[in-house]
Design a protein around this ligand. Structure first.
Ligand SMILES: [Zn+2]
Length: 296
């Protein structure tokens, strides 16, 4: 059986590779694989969000949901945080819960397709966008974030690129959403049978134009092979997908001091996930495991 890579209580699978925290960040020494347990505890109790919703605010949101007869917390309707940090933010826990509930609706065939009306278009057109979560995911046509999380127009700030890598352009896009739109949650989501990861695992010939993608994914595959030398074929691809999620998280944290600072102070939550293209389920990997090292 594979050993646990990550820690969050809500992840179901038990990936094989130790935490991807060995590469030196701009600041501090990297964590060792033995720090896994320590990282697990740290993840479970992140720093208190500096701008998180107050209990009163959360109660208001839940009350509003009940009053409207909805069985979900409508995070978007209550998210007043606009550009330049103008409004209150929701608790990242509530946002992740909404994404999980949305995915459950999608998987069970009970999608609500919320906030897709013409009125919503007018609202977001005149009032600007106030997305409550960023999703960095693969460009694969089988992985549409708004659909798999059952969210609507203006809800998710999605950045999609083959292999869900975090390169300069992707990081810049996330920077905009996090700093300007004040988005408090980032989900980096890989997916099963990812063609980009598979190509790197198989060492397929790829166009030179996507060398940067290969470079980032290659780091993840290398790390996977190092810690799991016995993995082959599909198993190697699937584990590399998981490691590649954390590779992107690390690249994002290294590439943006603003993002790292917000994670460090609890203003921003970064979660990893893998989407299963055959079932529609999102497997939650938890929050970034190396946060104790790379963010210090
Ligand atoms: Zn893919």
């Amino acid at each position: 059986m594979l050993t646990p890579l990550l820690f969050a209580s809500d992840h179901a699978a038990k990936p094989a590779t130790p935490p991807p925290a060995a590469k030196p960040a701009a600041a501090p020494p990297a964590a060792k694989p033995s720090a896994l347990g320590e990282a697990k505890h740290a993840e479970a109790k992140p720093a208190p969000p500096a701008k998180a919703a107050t209990p009163h605010k959360k109660a208001q949101v839940r009350h509003a949901a009940r009053a409207s007869g909805r069985d979900v917390v409508n995070v978007s309707d209550s998210h007043g945080g606009g550009g330049h940090g103008a409004g209150p933010q929701l608790d990242p826990d509530d946002i992740l819960q909404e994404l999980k509930q949305g995915n459950k609706r999608f998987v069970s065939g009970r999608s609500m397709h919320p906030r897709m009306s013409l009125a919503r278009l007018r609202e977001t057109s005149s009032g600007g966008q106030h997305p409550f979560a960023c999703i960095l995911s693969c460009a694969d046509s089988r992985v549409p974030p708004e659909t798999v999380f059952d969210q609507g127009v203006g809800d998710l700030f999605t950045v999609r690129v083959a292999g869900n890598v975090a390169n300069n352009d992707e990081i810049a896009s996330l920077d905009y959403a996090i700093e300007h739109l004040n988005v408090p949650v980032v989900v980096v989501m890989g997916h099963t049978a990812c063609g980009a990861v598979t190509a790197v695992v198989n060492e397929d010939r790829v166009p030179t134009s996507i060398a940067q993608l290969v470079k980032h994914i290659g780091e993840a595959v290398l790390r996977t092979r190092r810690y799991n030398p016995s993995l082959k074929g599909k198993d190697l691809v699937e584990e590399s997908v998981r490691v590649n999620v954390w590779e992107s998280v690390e690249d994002m944290l290294r590439g943006s001091e603003m993002i790292a600072a917000r994670v460090r102070t609890g203003m921003l939550r970064v979660a990893g996930a893998v989407y299963h293209i055959d079932t529609g389920e999102v497997e939650w990997l938890g929050s970034y495991p190396g946060s104790l090292s790379i963010l210090r």
